[in-house]
Design a protein around this ligand. Sequence first.
Ligand SMILES: Cc1ncc(COP(=O)(O)O)c(C=O)c1O
Length: 418
Amino acid sequence: MTTLELHEKYVLGTYGRFPVSFTHGSGTELWDESGKRYLDFGSGIAVCSLGHAPPVMQQALAEQSANLIHCSNLYQIRAQAELAQWISDVAMERAGKTFFSNSGAEANDGLIKLARKRSFDRHGPNTEKVNIVTCQKSFHGRTLGGIAATGQEKVKIGFDPLLPGFIHVPFNDCDALRAAVDESTAAILLEPVQGEGGIHVATPEFLQTVDQLRNEYDCLILFDEVQCGFGRTGDWCAWRSILRDSEFAVEPDGVSWAKGMGGGFPIGAFWVADEYASHLGPGTHGSTYGGSPLASTVALQVLQSIAADRLCSSVVGKETLIRKTLLDLSLPLITEVRGLGLLLGVAFDLEHAGGLYDPEATVPLSIQIVAECLNEGLLVVPAGPDVVRIIPPLNVSEALLEEGLTIMQKVLTRFCAS
Ligand SMILES: Cc1ncc(COP(=O)(O)O)c(C=O)c1O
């Protein structure tokens, strides 16, 4: 059977998959079963921070797996504790404690539990301070907590009754946020840069409003940095990239990560500011695999490599190159290149779509463009019906960036109305 046939017969069809299967990769390059070469500007959806098969990960995996792959969280795990130390000292630059999970959705579930538990501990079992204000167009994962928090109807359909207590406001709408937050608010949860929802960056004003409301209503600020964190925007923390030129700073009470922190090895985490850490004591939360010796060792190696290779600062120059190249094309099809660092979205105007664009097709313009890029040997990722994401590895070279952008230019030209 072909890989496609095997998939169709044996794998649950929860994904619309492109008909290609990769056998190996190196850095930003990938090869499929037929030997065809691709450039990967998707990084497994913002996961492969260091590209494919990076030698430092291979070495960390080989060495650690020869010693100890797994050990229960019933015991001390040196690598887990060192990774947690790195997160507090280097990324957060604040005292706090970290819990390790296997994915982003689980990390967010942990943050939701933290917010509820803190209200319970402070106000007692009958407290009504349980609501979590989140944003429309957000994405927080596929667990029952994650889909309740997510501000997109499509992920919730068919799964009622949902976890109650989530209120969604339009992203970057300060008035709507003020109207939604009150004494019943346990936390405000948001992605500083929305990924799946189409690449939308929080405005400094929105973050400032979040900060003011925390002070007014004694709620927590929780940032979901699963997609935008750990270097992708040019800083360890995306909200710091947003506020880089601002006089104002915001410090969240809890942060979640996954994706890029493991460079492809499954790991997620959430960090809690020291003053709230005691709300999740023994028996309140757990994960069999979370923060295993292998996962922690590899993630620490990935993050230390991002630091050693100064990838955060290199991201800003690469962002400039991508923006300039795409905007210099002056294609009316492109309405905007938005986002931060190497988490960029190219937004399209359907009015100017033509050529290869099939308005009758079952898939939207973004997927049609992604499929054509794939034919031409470039992986990019859709983000909603009219946005394509460019999220290459943080260490992509300028030469490969230019090669990929040339493919994109060729493809986009084919989708322009003549
Ligand atoms: C912002 C954000 N949060 C949470 C998740 C869920 O992460 P995972 O798929 O690892 O559960 C994602 C995944 O795309 C995400 O982008």
